[in-house]
Design a protein around this ligand. Sequence first.
Ligand code: LLP
Length: 402
Amino acid sequence: MIDFKELVKEYKTPLYIYDLDYMRAQYTELKDAFKARKSILCYAVKANSNLSVIRHFAKMGSGADCVSIGEVRRAFLAGIPSYKIIFSGVGKTDDEIREAIEKDILYINVESEAELGRIEGIAKELHKKSRISIRVNPNIDPQTHPYISTGLHDNKFGVDLSTAKRMYIKANNSQNLDPVGIHFHIGSQLTELKPIYESAAIVADLVRSLQNIKIELKFFDVGGGLGVKYDNETLIPTYDYAQAILGTLQGLDVTVLCEPGRFLTANAGYFVSKVLYEKQNGEKKFVVIDGAMNDLLRPALYSAYHKIEAITDSKSAPRAVDIVGPVCESGDFFAKDYELPELEHNDLVVVHSAGAYGFGMGSNYNTRGRSAEVALEGGVSRLIRKRETFDDIIALEKEFLD
Ligand code: LLP
């Protein structure tokens, strides 16, 4: 049991709290599920990019899946070795590609023919051979929220099968490219196994057809996407997930790479706020808290559900309330028509499942400083990011005041 009241006494609100022991258990479970083969879990840094969180995964032997050179730098700083870092994303700049090649990371995940050409040119300038993997878009509907679906031709990600094959042949004939992997990622918060299995089977067939023309890939990168429980979702058991993927790989000597983000961190995280006021507009009741959409955007952006727990001495019966923040937007809510008892000033409201895509999607909107972040490990808490101050927020503007 986490003592939220004690933690708030020490670190104030709004506050992110991450249970590192939970993250470790999730990592171990998934890693074990793949134990029939060589595998590397490359933690998807975007899910929670706090350096101490990445360091925690580094210590377990994790690699890192990065989508900007900033994330690559974070991974290095946190102690992930270069040979376990991969770099994905549809819009890498020349500078980002150059730095990734210079840093000699495991491979760059290529998302278009044009990008392959840029990587080849930059590698040539650097007199290097760049290891690459190609992101294949298998055109499979992952049955998730449209904003986090990525494996359909309607989505901007990856290339179709025939384009991928052409790119592999080009890369294989290039002095400056070394095709070592293949990648797909069809979406996030996946709760259906079938689309994952179907995608893996399509991509494994491509690996076989490449093998027939003497292009031997070493890494089979299945992306991330494994769903978690926010509410009452039925989840894909990790063993079934791994078995479904491994089952498509018969006859192939490849290392499986997996890029979990949410699975490792979502349910390790809590976002804690204080109640400021209760108010009523006509029949509608609101609880106004000191956290806001700039801290946790998921409800506003995706109408995402997060379980909410009130920590209070109130004995009143629950009633339906909207839990809202101070930001000047009607979209600034954490939940609507949620059953909570009457709350007092300074009671706590804990938003669950906030460890993935929480802090990282935050902003300074309304000139609100980002929350502090705290890690819990073995029952001990420690600060892993200071609360942002007003001076932090204006630091890059102040000098331009005339
Ligand atoms: N690999 C690639 C190439 C990805 O695009 C993503 C996530 C991952 C791995 C990690 O996926 P995960 O295991 O976390 O599902 N902001 C949204 C989620 C966006 C996911 C983007 N890509 C949310 O709050 O639900």
